[in-house]
Design a protein. Structure first.
Length: 272
């Protein structure tokens, strides 16, 4: 009989990267983590021994707990979270099953240091169009859901990065930027190790829109139009980012689930 308190790798893989994905909590012991220091997308590392002190921070969320094999540590932590009123499941088979299933993993060494609240902080140029919305979307959906993004005048990006311990991106002369004919979104996918088919497909659309190569894929022109439209709708860059998250969510779902689907007015029939 299937467990009512565990989730399988295929089930969880369908949720990763979506706006309503559960919170992922990695409770592997240090030795296991150091043996393979990759992370499930957007997961947080926590010490299973202190669950009573940190459980409350996940109130109001659904959680999936990951240990090495899906046994005592993840099941115990998930049970404790449920005791605290937090819907929680353990990952069946744990990290080992996830890795064996070729599900996406993030290269943890690429994740910048976190601040005192456990969040990564990034800074870029104000008035974003494509790449500067694409990269925050990728980070929040696959790397750090609590990431902070600062949009400032172009001339101030480096100084703000220095004063506020922020990571500059999508500006010339920094690590997280364009490389050759590829854009910053491509760089982040590569460095974080997020080579999955849906993201590769989305990256091609983003690249075409961001680098004025609308011939790369048919979707690039429409994507650019939507992105430019959003930039005209919002004066506040953070409001634009929040609106843009939905656009990227929609294109990610298309890239993952709907590329073979067509739609047309049914000839000789009633409109559906």
């Amino acid at each position: 009989m299937p467990s009512t308190t565990a989730i399988t790798v295929p089930q969880l893989a369908r949720l990763v990267g979506l706006p309503d994905a559960p919170v992922l909590i990695d409770v592997r012991i240090d030795d296991d983590y150091q043996a393979d220091p990759r992370l499930l997308p957007a997961s947080r590392r926590r010490d299973f021994r202190t669950v009573s002190t940190w459980a409350a921070e996940f109130s109001g969320a659904k959680a999936v707990v990951i240990c090495q094999k899906g046994q005592k540590l993840s099941q115990g932590v998930a049970a404790w979270l449920r005791h605290e009123g937090i819907p929680a499941e353990s990952l069946e088979g744990g990290f080992e099953a996830w890795a064996a299933g070729n599900a996406p993993l993030v290269t943890s060494s690429a994740i910048p240091p976190r601040n005192e609240k456990g969040r990564t902080v990034w800074v870029t140029r104000s008035r974003p169009k494509v790449d500067r919305i694409a990269c925050p979307w990728l980070i929040r959906r696959f790397v750090d859901p609590d990431a902070v993004f600062l949009f400032v005048d172009p001339a101030e990006v480096h100084l703000v990065a220095d004063r506020f311990a922020a990571v500059p991106f999508d500006i010339e002369g920094v690590f997280w930027s364009h490389r050759g004919d590829r854009c910053t979104f491509d760089t982040m996918i590569e460095e974080f190790g997020l080579r999955i088919e849906a993201l590769d497909r989305l990256a091609l659309i983003v690249r075409g829109a961001d680098t004025a190569r609308l011939d790369l894929v048919p979707q690039a022109a429409g994507f650019l139009a939507a992105s430019l439209g959003l930039s005209r709708m919002f004066r506040d860059d953070l409001e634009q980012l929040e609106a843009g998250m939905l656009l990227y969510d929609a294109f990610f779902r298309w890239c993952r689930d709907a590329t073979d689907e067509t739609h047309n007015w049914p000839a000789g029939g009633k409109a559906q």
